[in-house]
Design a binder for this molecule. Structure first.
Ligand code: DSN
Length: 417
């Protein structure tokens, strides 16, 4: 809930209440974060946390599952309706376990997978060396081209050399539209499966402001708490019967034990919100805001990776634009109550812990009611902070402006009104 809590455990009470203050008084620009509604949080903190129920609705290894079966079935039906798919699994604990189960359903251990590199905007679970995906599979990566864009000819060329069993598309820091049809053509040409990880853009697809991979991908995975604005967790979808069975078996008993019913209920309530007309408006506004935000930085002379954005996020090359590393830029902005994350840029010379970029996303502040006007104002605040990083009095003035914005745009408890 977006109000202070009281607990016997004072240490946890303090940490949560301080986090509430932080969330209220900071402008949240981490592209993977959002504000779940109070109803989503209410069910996530409910008695459903007490129940075990390995298996699937109607076929459990425990008794007393008649109510949680209803919850899980509702989550499944709502998710199928949002994305127009035949099969959905709502049990993955996170996007990472969803990806683990999805990859296992399509590729034998030590098979070949091909995803985008981390520095180009990919995800750990798409084949990064120290992740399960880089350890249990032979992993190969493609990059964006010198313009910062997906280059389908280059990807096809690499796929022909590697002959992967699986190609993964869908990213953590790619600001342009993904052509899923082209990816499927590439996959078909080399005899690979196609997996679309839509964790970042799921809400935009649901709102109809990004094309859907449903017609093209053999498997779709996602998280539920980014642009989808729900309870934290993962999901897997497919239209193919044989793959659906494998997915179910790889989620349970393959990678997971008992489903987290409180979390599944949170997903179900959020999916119902996604199905309401207001969600379409929300998705549209996220993208309008993102484009206006990025353009304003460009007006100030900053360099955006790929030259702009079509979705909810973009990465600024802060090293080139402001002569600071991503790590330093992020900590300067933290001083004035703006939260971003440092992010590698294509061919980054800095380590992933330092980086040359910061990634900015508009989903969370759009939930708080920001429109283009506020995002343009925010771009000016960030630009001024990075240009005057050592001037304490300027930073103090900028922080005052941030606090004014957070006060005027409080976190909403519900999105129904
Ligand atoms: N950690 C998420 C992100 O920030 O994009 C991806 O899992």
């Amino acid at each position: 809930m977006y109000k202070k809590i009281k607990l016997k455990d004072k240490k946890i009470e303090n940490a949560i209440n301080n986090e509430l203050t932080r969330q209220k008084n900071h402008i949240e620009l981490i592209a993977s974060e959002n504000y779940a509604s109070e109803e989503v949080m209410k069910v996530t903190g409910s008695i459903l946390t007490n129940k075990y129920g390995e298996g699937y609705p109607g076929k459990r290894y425990y008794d007393g599952c008649e109510n949680v079966d209803k919850v899980e079935n509702l989550a499944i039906e709502r998710l199928k309706k949002i994305f127009n798919v035949k099969y959905a699994n709502v049990q993955p604990y996170s996007g990472s376990t969803a990806n683990a189960a999805a990859i296992a359903a399509l590729v034998e251990p030590n098979g070949k997978i091909m995803g985008m590199s981390l520095s180009s905007g990919g995800h750990l679970t798409h084949g990064y060396g120290i992740n399960f995906s880089g350890k249990f599979y032979q992993s190969f990566s493609y990059d964006v081209d010198e313009r910062g864009l997906l280059n389908y000819d280059n990807i096809l060329k690499l796929a022909k050399e590697i002959k992967p069993n699986l190609i993964i598309c869908g990213y953590s820091a790619y600001s342009r539209t993904i052509d899923f049809k082209k990816f499927r053509q590439i996959a078909d040409e080399v005899g690979a499966y196609l997996m679309a990880d839509i964790a970042h853009i799921a809400g935009l697809i649901a709102a109809g402001v990004h094309p859907s991979p449903v017609e093209y991908a053999h498997i779709i995975t996602s998280t539920t708490h980014k642009t989808l604005r729900g309870a934290r967790g993962g999901i897997i979808m497919t239209n193919i019967d044989e793959i659906a069975n494998k997915v179910n078996r790889w989620v349970f008993p393959g990678y997971q034990g008992g489903p987290l019913f409180h979390s599944i209920a949170g997903k179900a309530v959020a999916f119902n919100e996604t199905l309401q007309p207001f969600f379409k408006e929300y998705g549209k506004q996220i993208v309008i805001n993102s484009k206006a935000f990025a353009k304003e930085f460009q007006n100030f002379g900053a360099e955006i990776v790929s030259g702009g954005t079509d979705n909810h996020l973009f990465t600024i090359n802060v090293k080139k634009s402001y002569n600071v590393t991503g790590k330093d830029a992020s900590s300067i902005l933290q001083q004035i109550n703006i939260t971003v994350n440092k992010n590698t840029i294509p061919n980054d010379q800095e380590s992933p812990f330092v980086t040359s970029g910061v990634r900015l996303g508009t989903a969370a502040m759009t939930s708080r009611g920001f429109k283009e006007k506020e995002f343009k104002k925010l771009a000016l605040i960030i630009d001024q902070a990075l240009k005057n990083k050592d001037n304490k009095s300027i930073l103090k003035g900028l922080k005052k402006q941030v606090l004014e914005l957070t006060k005027n745009f409080p976190i909403k408890k519900s999105y129904w009104d």
